[in-house]
Ligand binder design. Structure first.
Ligand SMILES: Cc1cc2nc3c(=O)[nH]c(=O)nc-3n(C[C@H](O)[C@H](O)[C@H](O)COP(=O)(O)OP(=O)(O)OC[C@H]3O[C@@H](n4cnc5c(N)ncnc54)[C@H](O)[C@@H]3O)c2cc1C
Length: 461
C-alpha cells in the first residue's frame, strides 16, 4: 500500500493498535488491550514469540529447554496477574515460604535462608537472624542494612539514583562478608550486573517489594513448563481468541508519522500497515534505531550477559529445587526433576537435568564450552560430593550476550517513560522506567502502563 493511501485521516479510524515486538512486554500489552476490548496487531521480527524468555527443542535429547532458567517471586504482581488472565497460573510452582539454600564453595559451609512464620517484615528478619553463613554479630548488621535500604527507598531518596549497589551497601554499614553472603547473590540475580556497576535504586525496590511485603511476596515462584509454554502459548490463544492478529517474521523498519502522530508502520519488505496507536516493545538499541528519526532519544544501553548450562545426568541428583553457590562461577543450580513437580516436556529418557545460571557473566561469556563445563562440574562436585559417582550424559551451553540492559546509575536516570513526544506512540519493555530491574516483572509492568495509556487516549479521542 503506498503511503498516500494511508493518510492518517482515511485509515486511522478502524486501524488496530500495533504492538512492535512479541517478547513478554509486547504479549502482555496485547493481552491487556485485548482484554479491554481493543483490536491489536502484534508484529514480531523473529519466527517465534517470547523474545528473551523462550524455550526451544534441543536436538540431541529432543527435550524442550529454556534459553535460561527464569525465576519469579510472589512480589511479581503484574506478571502473576498476566499469567492468571491467560490461564497459565497452573504452570507455576510456588515455594511454601521463602527458602534459599546456599553452599559456600571455598569453606564448604552451607545454610538455608528460611523465612519464619510471623507477620511481615519479621518473617524475613527471622530468616536472617538464623542464617548460618553469617556470624551472629553480623546478622544484626544485615538486618539493619535491610531496614536502612528500605527507608531510603520509602522516602524516594534521590541518592539512590546516583550510586551503585556497592556504594549503597557500604553506606548502610554492610561489611565484606555480609555483602558477599547476603546481598550480592540477590543483587546479581535480580540486576544481572556486578554490584559495583549496577544502580542502587532498582535494587532497593527489590529489597522493599520482596522482603518488606507479605509472606507470599517473598516466596520464589518457578515455571513448571518450558518458558514458551508458560508465557507464549496461552497468551497467543488469548490474543487471537479476542480477535487480535499476531505476525511473526515481521520486522518493523520505520514508523510513519504526520502531525506528531504515527499513522502506519512499515515492514522491512516494504508493507505498510495502518496503526491507530503504537506500542513499541523492543529492546533499547532496536528502539533507538526506530525512533531516532522522530527525535526520540532512547539512551544507549550496554548489555549484560547470562550464561546457562543444562546438564543431563543418568541418575537423580537429589538436590533441593534450587541452591545458591557462593564464591565460584556457577551462581544457581536448579534440579529440574525436583523443581517441576510434574515434568511436562522431558522425552530424552534422562530426565535428571541440572540447570546452572551464571548472571553478569562478563568474564565467563568468553570461556569455551569445555571450560564452562569443567568449571561448573568442578563446582557442583565440590558443593555436592555425593554427585561424583553419577554420569553426565549430555550438556549444552547457552550464551545470551544481551540478556538484559545493564542498569548502571547513568542508564537508570535516563530510562524513558511510557509516553513519548509522539502522542499515540508508547514505549514498553523491561528497560522502560518502571523503577524495577530489567526483569519479566518490569516488562509486564511497562506493558500494563502502555496499555493504560492507549486506552486513555482512545477514550479521549
Ligand atoms: C538467560 C536469561 C535469564 C533470565 N532470567 C530471568 C529471571 O530469572 N527472572 C526475570 O524476571 N527475568 C529474567 N530474565 C530477563 C527477562 O527474560 C527479560 O527481562 C524479558 O524477557 C524482557 O522482555 P521484553 O519483552 O521487554 O524484551 P524482549 O524479550 O527482548 O522482546 C522484544 C521483542 O522485540 C522483537 N523486535 C525487536 N526489534 C523488532 C522490530 N524492528 N520489529 C519487530 N519486532 C522486533 C524482538 O525480536 C523480541 O522478540 C532473563 C533473561 C535471560 C536472557
Amino acid at each position: 500500500m503506498p503511503p498516500s493511501a494511508l493518510s492518517r485521516h482515511s485509515s486511522q479510524h478502524d486501524a488496530p493498535t500495533v504492538i512492535i515486538g512479541g517478547g513478554i512486554a509486547g504479549l502482555a500489552a496485547a493481552v491487556e488491550l485485548s482484554h479491554r476490548g481493543q483490536r491489536v496487531l502484534v508484529l514480531e521480527a523473529r519466527q517465534r514469540l517470547g523474545g528473551r524468555a523462550a524455550s526451544f527443542r534441543e536436538p540431541t535429547t529432543g527435550d524442550e529447554v529454556d534459553n535460561g532458567q527464569h525465576a519469579m517471586m510472589g512480589c511479581y504482581h503484574h506478571t502473576l496477574n498476566f499469567l492468571e488472565r491467560i490461564g497459565a497460573s497452573k504452570k507455576l510452582v510456588w515455594q511454601d515460604r521463602l527458602r534459599v539454600p546456599y553452599v559456600d564453595l571455598a569453606s564448604g559451609e552451607r545454610a538455608t535462608l528460611c523465612a519464619g512464620g510471623g507477620p511481615s517484615p519479621f518473617h524475613v528478619a527471622h530468616g536472617i537472624a538464623r542464617f548460618g553463613l553469617l556470624p551472629r554479630r553480623m546478622r544484626f548488621e544485615a538486618l539493619l542494612g535491610g531496614v536502612r535500604i528500605y527507608l531510603l527507598r520509602q522516602r524516594r531518596d534521590p541518592l539512590l539514583q546516583r550510586i551503585t549497589i556497592e556504594d549503597l551497601l557500604c553506606l548502610c554499614g554492610q561489611r565484606s562478608l555480609t555483602r558477599q553472603r547476603v546481598w550480592y547473590p540477590i543483587a546479581v540475580a535480580t540486576l544481572n550486573e556486578w554490584p559495583s556497576r549496577a544502580a542502587a535504586a532498582p535494587f532497593a525496590e527489590v529489597v522493599a517489594r520482596a522482603f518488606f511485603g507479605s509472606q507470599r511476596d517473598a516466596q520464589f515462584v518457578f515455571p513448571r513448563a518450558p518458558l514458551s509454554q508458560l508465557y507464549v502459548d496461552d497468551a497467543r490463544a488469548f490474543i487471537e481468541g479476542h480477535g487480535g492478529v499476531i505476525r511473526t517474521g515481521a520486522v518493523v523498519q520505520r514508523l510513519l508519522c504526520q502531525e506528531e502522530r504515527v499513522y502506519a508502520v512499515q515492514l522491512r519488505d516494504g508493507t505498510m500497515l495502518p496503526a491507530a496507536q503504537v506500542v513499541c516493545a523492543v529492546p533499547p538499541d532496536h528502539g533507538r534505531r526506530l525512533l531516532l528519526e522522530h527525535g526520540i532519544d532512547i539512551p544507549e544501553a550496554a548489555y549484560s550477559p547470562i550464561v546457562s548450562l543444562h546438564l543431563w545426568f543418568d541418575q537423580p541428583l537429589g538436590l533441593p529445587p534450587f541452591v545458591g553457590l557462593l564464591g565460584g562461577h556457577a551462581q544457581w543450580v536448579f534440579d529440574r526433576q525436583n523443581l517441576w513437580a510434574n515434568p511436562m516436556a522431558q522425552t530424552s529418557g534422562y530426565p535428571y537435568i541440572a540447570s546452572v545460571v551464571i548472571s553478569a557473566a562478563h568474564e565467563e561469556i568468553s570461556f569455551s564450552d569445555r571450560q564452562l563445563e569443567d568449571a561448573v562440574l568442578n563446582e557442583l562436585f565440590r558443593a555436592f560430593p555425593a554427585l561424583r559417582g553419577i554420569r553426565l550424559r549430555h550438556v549444552i551451553v547457552i550464551r545470551e550476550k544481551r540478556a538484559t540492559p545493564s542498569l548502571t546509575p547513568c542508564f537508570e536516570r535516563r530510562r524513558p517513560a511510557t509516553q513519548t513526544k509522539i502522542k499515540n506512540l508508547f514505549l514498553a519493555g523491561d528497560w522502560v522506567a518502571t523503577g524495577l530491574p530489567a526483569t519479566i516483572e518490569s516488562a509486564v509492568a511497562s506493558a500494563v502502563a502502555a496499555a493504560n495509556a492507549v486506552v486513555l487516549r482512545r477514550e479521549r479521542a
